[in-house]
Design a protein around this ligand. Structure first.
Ligand SMILES: Nc1ncnc2c1ncn2[C@@H]1O[C@H](COP(=O)(O)OP(=O)(O)OP(=O)(O)O)[C@@H](O)[C@H]1O
Length: 259
């Protein structure tokens, strides 16, 4: 399970001064559920997920992942999550199989346990045809399959996907979406960020619309459409963020470290 409680993150930017990237964001995501963060560029999605993944500390607020506090117990959180972004790196000189073996060992797997886990993921993600290819020679789609396998090698109970399909073709995006659904079906807690409406419609049990670092609203896709009185999610999204802009005083929306 993931619980975010009034997470806030401010950055000091040389040009813009204080930027409040995430502003009192609270939500919960249960096992067997996919929770989506839907927002435009710069809305604060990546920053939120990086806090949950212990890559950044919140300025204020708290969060637990699989029962562990992201600030006080970062090691335990890291062992409990798989984190996949569009830029998840692979070591170019290793083959796909070596790569998985390497990350398996880093996560404490060895011997026959390691081999059977690597074999299982190679089969499940259809890596077999190129398992002996060096990672730097693989296509973008092949690399993404290896990245997925890498992110889940240690069987984490929680998966975090940060815009995992951005820049990928339709077929590779489908592979990733199917994988996200499998994670949910296996009972994992899944949170992912996107700006692509069709992904939200297909995947999300619950979605939060993030705008200027804040959650403008949260609900099922059907609830968001009903709330906006729109049948098309894109129209509902636009109506909700425009309404939020009108309701939110400019002073509150701008960065203030003490508010
Ligand atoms: N290290 C940083 N220093 C200064 N500002 C930052 C930093 N990281 C993020 N920001 C700012 O915080 C805000 C939120 O950024 P974030 O990357 O979380 O948004 P996002 O919703 O993931 O957007 P995108 O879809 O473009 O990735 C933006 O205004 C961004 O410029």
């Amino acid at each position: 399970m993931i619980e975010a409680n009034k997470l806030t993150k401010t950055f000091r930017d040389r040009k813009r001064g204080l930027v409040r990237a995430v502003d009192r964001v609270s939500f919960q995501c249960q096992p067997g559920q996919i929770f989506g963060l839907l927002g435009a560029n710069g809305a604060g999605k990546t920053t939120t997920l990086r806090i949950l993944g212990t890559l950044l500390e919140p300025t204020r607020g708290s969060a637990t992942v699989a029962g562990f506090d992201v600030v006080k117990e970062p090691e335990k959180v890291r062992r409990s999550i798989g984190f996949l972004s569009n830029g998840t790196a692979l070591y170019g000189r290793l083959t796909a199989r070596e790569m998985l073996g390497y990350f398996g060992r880093l996560n404490g797997l060895e011997g026959s346990q390691l081999k059977s886990r690597v074999d299982e993921l190679i089969e499940r993600l259809e890596i077999g045809d190129f398992e002996k290819g060096r990672c730097d020679k693989l296509s973008t789609g092949q690399k993404q399959r290896v990245s997925i396998a890498r992110s889940i090698i240690h069987r984490p109970p929680v998966m975090i996907f940060d815009e995992p399909t951005t820049g990928l073709d339709v077929m590779t995006s489908q592979t990733i979406m199917t994988f996200i659904e499998q994670c949910r079906d296996e009972g994992l807690t899944v949170v992912f960020s996107t700006h692509i409406m069709s992904e939200v419609e297909r995947l999300c049990d619950e979605v939060a619309i993030v705008h200027h670092g804040r959650i403008a609203t949260e609900g099922t896709v059907a609830e968001l459409k009903a709330q906006a009185g729109e049948e098309v999610l894109e129209n509902a999204f636009l109506k909700i963020v425009q309404g939020f802009d009108l309701e939110t005083p400019a002073a509150e929306a701008s960065a203030s470290p003490n508010a």
